[in-house]
Design a protein around this ligand. Structure first.
Ligand SMILES: [Mn+2]
Length: 238
């Protein structure tokens, strides 16, 4: 297929650590709202770029609720863990198999892995963060574009480091790594404000968070990909 419509969101932070019921409900409400908005736009695929949960101690009821929300979507979902729900010992994604959901692929391998969605001509690369520290390089060692795929998409979760800047903060993602990446579209999470970053081949973007009003507001992204054209990235505010 020579066109593809993507939805991209991240950073829901379910069971956020305010320890108040109101905080939990705010995150749940945001997740329900963004999924309804995305469904109305009928994407071919949704990319989720990390931090679905606020921490690895999220309640079983919350985890099971989130799994049911994802399983009810009428399109495939490819997701990665973030730093808040990283692949440390005892992690949510060690205890609960999101890949048991027929329409969900959770890319949680530390070395990275590629999901193939053959019916869409899509391959998606991502990795599961184990530790959020300065040595963690979310966009290091990206494998080249697989042969024969129409669309190569990426997922990353970490700190944006603009060209020419340095950082000693955790999980740095240099702009140069994004620009040089082989992806048609690179879906990013961690910053709660939306940001579009042109790349040599396509586009990268942070979607912002549907549960945080920083930046342009509580947001997600829709992307229209078409053969031979720069991807059209639309930041949508809930
Ligand atoms: Mn994060």
């Amino acid at each position: 297929m020579n066109r593809l419509r993507l939805a991209h969101c991240s950073d829901i932070h379910l069971d956020s650590s305010g320890h108040r019921q109101a905080d939990r409900d705010t995150a749940r409400d945001g997740f329900v709202a963004v999924l309804a908005a995305i469904r109305a736009r009928a994407p071919d695929l949704m990319l989720f770029a990390g931090d679905l949960f606020d921490h690895n101690r999220a309640r079983p009821e919350t985890i099971e609720w989130a799994m049911a929300q994802l399983a009810a979507l009428p399109f495939p979902v490819v997701m990665i863990p973030g730093n808040h729900d990283c692949m440390e010992p005892g992690a949510i994604f060690h205890r609960y198999d999101f890949n048991s959901l027929p329409n969900v692929r959770n890319l949680s391998a530390a070395e990275g892995e590629v999901a193939h969605l053959q019916e869409l001509g899509v391959a998606v690369w991502g990795r599961g963060m184990v530790e959020h520290n300065a040595q963690n390089r979310p966009l290091a060692d990206i494998p080249p574009r697989p042969a024969g795929v129409q669309w190569y998409l990426g997922l990353g979760h970490g700190m944006f480091v603009p060209e020419g800047e340095q950082t000693d903060r955790s999980s740095p993602m240099p702009e140069a790594d994004m620009v040089a990446s082989p992806f048609d579209y690179l879906a990013l999470g961690h910053h709660h404000a939306a940001l579009e970053i042109p790349t040599a081949r396509g586009m990268a973007a942070f979607s912002g968070s549907p549960t945080d009003r920083i930046g342009r507001g509580a947001s997600y992204i829709m992307v229209e990909l078409a053969e031979g054209v720069t991807p059209v990235v639309e930041v949508l505010v809930l």
